[in-house]
Design a protein around this ligand. Structure first.
Ligand code: TXA
Ligand code: MG
Length: 305
């Protein structure tokens, strides 16, 4: 397992999973449409759902995307880190059209995880990487979960330990007029972004602005029941702000949202593995990181397509 091997696999059009501080990514050479097609296949992901191009820094992002002043401002404040920017794709971008699902926009992110940075530096070009899980399933926050979901479809998994944050990046779209909207709540809180560039609009209803955000997503096998004060008979219980009950788990005994985010996906996978038909989840406050946690839980609980 080495970055050198990973680069060789990427150059050959293969897939490499790598850690980021949010969740593990399933990486491919963004400029190689065959490699990008393999990402969609490995995940069972619909091709209308575009991928994030990972880059080492703002300069590298600016070669792929037109970054209006507000986008640059956010990039300079939060990169490398758990923020993804969606802006107009630059003419002559290396990132292939398939990766952008044919849209005129592109999603770019500079991750902070040292292994991700090492990989990007050694590869020398943008790497597309969706979360390294089967499409619609819970994201992977440890290398073993990547293997569990994707098996042999991925050539190599770079093991960087457990993802520090455990929730996907915040996605902000900035259009050419500078209007900013929150496409996905995530690791960076809305208030942190609004403090810099002012209020974020919600994406237009009915417009497919982050295609991956529409359907049921982030879902375990078991059914989910949210805002549950206590489990019903036969349910596994995911507590918050209290110790785990018997056979259950707690996101954070002391009610800490950062700790809850880091535990969310691994705990959902673990409770799923108990074979329980349903998982009841304690109420999570909507403040701060709670917005993103509640968003993922709501999608995990949504009717399955
Ligand atoms: O934390 C993360 O963001 C992780 C790590 C690996 O970087 N990646 C991740 O990728 O969560 P994925 O593919 O699971 O989610 C990316 C989301 C999808 O909902 C997709 O629809 C949206 O980003 N997206 C990508 N390009 C877009 C674009 N041009 N316009 C709107 N949404 C876009
Ligand atoms: Mg995903």
């Amino acid at each position: 397992m080495s970055v050198e091997q990973a680069v060789a696999i990427l150059r050959g059009g293969g897939l490499v999973a790598f850690p980021t501080e949010t969740v593990y990514g399933l990486g491919a050479d963004a400029a190689n449409p065959n490699a990008v097609a393999r990402v969609f296949e490995a995940k069972g992901r619909p091709r209308f759902n575009p991928l994030i191009a990972h880059v080492p820094n703002v300069e590298a992002a600016a070669r792929q995307a037109n970054l209006p002043p507000r986008a640059r401002q956010l990039a300079e404040a939060f990169w490398p880190g758990p923020l993804t920017l969606v802006t107009e794709r630059r003419a002559g971008a290396d990132v292939c059209e398939l990766a952008c699902a044919g849209l005129s926009t592109i999603a770019v992110r500079a991750p902070a995880h040292p292994l991700a940075q090492e990989l990007l530096a050694a590869f020398g070009g943008p790497i597309v990487a969706p979360s390294a899980n089967r499409s619609g399933h819970v994201s992977a926050t440890i290398a073993a979960h990547v293997r569990e979901d994707l098996g042999d479809a991925v050539g190599l998994v770079l093991d960087g330990g457990a993802s520090e944050i455990g929730l996907e990046s915040t996605i902000v779209a900035i259009d050419e007029s500078g209007a900013a909207s929150l496409l996905r709540a995530g690791a960076i809180e809305r208030s942190e972004i609004e403090a810099l560039i002012g209020p974020l609009a919600r994406p237009h209803a009915g417009k497919v602005s982050a295609p991956g955000m529409l359907e049921s997503h982030y879902a375990p096998r078991a059914r989910l029941r949210l805002d549950a004060a206590a489990p019903h008979a036969g349910e596994a219980y995911l507590a918050f702000g209290a110790p785990a009950s018997e056979g259950g788990l707690t996101l954070s005994k002391r009610g800490d949202l950062t700790e809850a985010a880091a535990n969310l996906y691994a705990h959902l996978r673990a409770l799923d593995a108990t074979g329980a038909e349903a998982i009841a989840v304690a109420p999570i406050p909507a403040r701060g990181l709670g917005e993103a946690i509640r968003d993922r839980l709501a999608r995990a609980a949504a009717p399955r397509g």
